[in-house]
Design a protein around this ligand. Structure first.
Ligand code: GLA
Length: 386
């Protein structure tokens, strides 16, 4: 990444106080290891933060203008905290967060500065959650009103749902705000209880692979899956009035009452119920150091997302299937919302180089697309730096 301090001076000059009031915030992208499409069903998810990140270098302004230069989009945009209106571009993430904060108890001041990011956009690695969480940290640090990671995540999710207009669950913002280095984060999406699960990759690595395929219809198909889960829940509640969400449904319940659901809805519900149980099994095995079973859970998760939830793509299926046949691979699956985007692969370190060298070429031959690989490890969540 370019030196953000230099970029800042280049675009905004140096103020008379020598920029002693300037500061930097960072917010990483995330990859979900397991627990897919269950956060909006009160389930358990297990993401980790990536070494890819968004940074803001900013200094306060006396007025109520936010003035930012994005190095990725190579453009400078402004908005007034008194007139927050959608611009249908990257600054909407900052505006959405500002609007949520302003609606709460935080008095806001303007700021100016530079945004850099190496989190790929529209690849399912939460580039939007990263910019939202970085924005929240920027505003609250400026006002000397720090918020807990859970509150930051909830606020940013609200901004995403209401201002940006994507009906996402809590996983992405929580992962970006609350992950720790060398740990995966087990999130109970019902209670929002967090558990840092040690995930020190001594002999293994996590390889994230971008399929380079556009995430077509991702937003509408995502909302459709949510609606199908709600339909399944409502039908099951006729028999099981005590059930508050799909989290409470068991496989025995499904064996008993599954017939009362349309077959497609039953498939969706089955994925959710099994994926929640699978995530807990994966976490137990991770805690016991049994990465082999953890990897098997990843493979099973992909299979279920392909067959029951139908959110994979030919590219994601190819990548997961190819990976699972390579030496040293313990497990591989699509990650995030699906319909394109990335896979995540757990692999022995000694095989990483061979894997990342052969993958792009074989993928291009098979699918005529360009893949990108990142060899990653669990990284610290969002922070204010000086
Ligand atoms: C997207 C959403 C998350 C989650 C995943 C699927 O990343 O933003 O809330 O639902 O899809 O697990």
């Amino acid at each position: 990444m370019n030196d953000i301090n230099q970029l800042f001076t280049q675009h905004f000059g140096t103020s008379s106080n020598g920029d002693s009031s300037a500061f930097t915030v960072r917010a990483p992208g995330r990859v979900n290891l397991i627990g897919e499409h269950v956060d909006y069903n009160d389930g358990f998810v297990l993401p980790m933060a990536l070494p890819l990140e968004t940074r803001f270098r900013i200094r306060p302004r006396q007025d109520r203008t936010v003035d930012l230069y994005s190095t990725n989009f190579k453009e400078r945009r402004q908005f007034s905290l008194d007139h927050i209106e959608k611009q249908e571009t990257w600054i909407d993430y900052v505006q959405g967060v500002a609007r949520e904060l302003a609606g709460g108890s935080v008095a806001l001041h303007g700021f100016e500065g530079v945004i850099t990011s190496d989190v790929p956009v529209a690849s399912g690695l939460s580039s939007s959650a990263a910019i939202e969480v970085a924005s929240a940290l920027a505003f609250t640090h400026l006002e000397k009103q720090p918020m807990s990671p859970v509150d930051v995540a909830l606020l940013c999710q609200k901004a995403e749902n209401t201002f940006v207009g994507v009906n996402s669950g809590i996983m992405d913002q929580m992962a970006v705000a609350a992950c720790h280095a060398n740990h995966a984060l087990l999130i109970d999406c019902r209670s929002l209880e967090l558990e840092q699960v040690p995930f020190q990759l001594t002999n293994h690595a996590i390889v994230v692979t971008d399929s380079g395929a556009p995430r077509e219809l991702a937003a509408s198909a995502y909302n459709e899956r949510r609606a199908q889960c709600e339909e399944g829940l409502a039908l099951l509640q006729k028999h099981l009035p005590q059930v508050a969400s799909l989290r409470d449904v068991t496989l025995i319940d499904l064996a008993r009452y599954g017939d009362s659901l349309p077959p497609l809805v039953l498939n969706r519900v089955k994925h959710v119920v099994e994926e929640i149980a699978r995530t807990l099994r994966a976490v137990e095995n991770l805690k016991q150091g049994n990465l082999t079973v953890f990897g098997q859970c990843m493979n099973e998760s992909h299979e279920s997302l392909a067959k029951l939830y139908e959110v994979t793509s030919p590219e994601l299926d190819w990548l997961a299937s190819w990976a699972s046949k390579q030496p040293g691979v313990l497990g591989s699956r699509m990650t995030g919302a699906g319909f394109g985007g990335c896979t995540v692969t757990l692999i022995e370190k000694q095989h990483v180089e061979d894997f990342t060298q052969r993958l792009p070429q074989e993928y291009h031959t098979a699918m005529n697309r360009t893949a990108r690989c990142w060899v990653t490890e669990p990284t610290e969540g969002a922070q204010v730096l000086d």
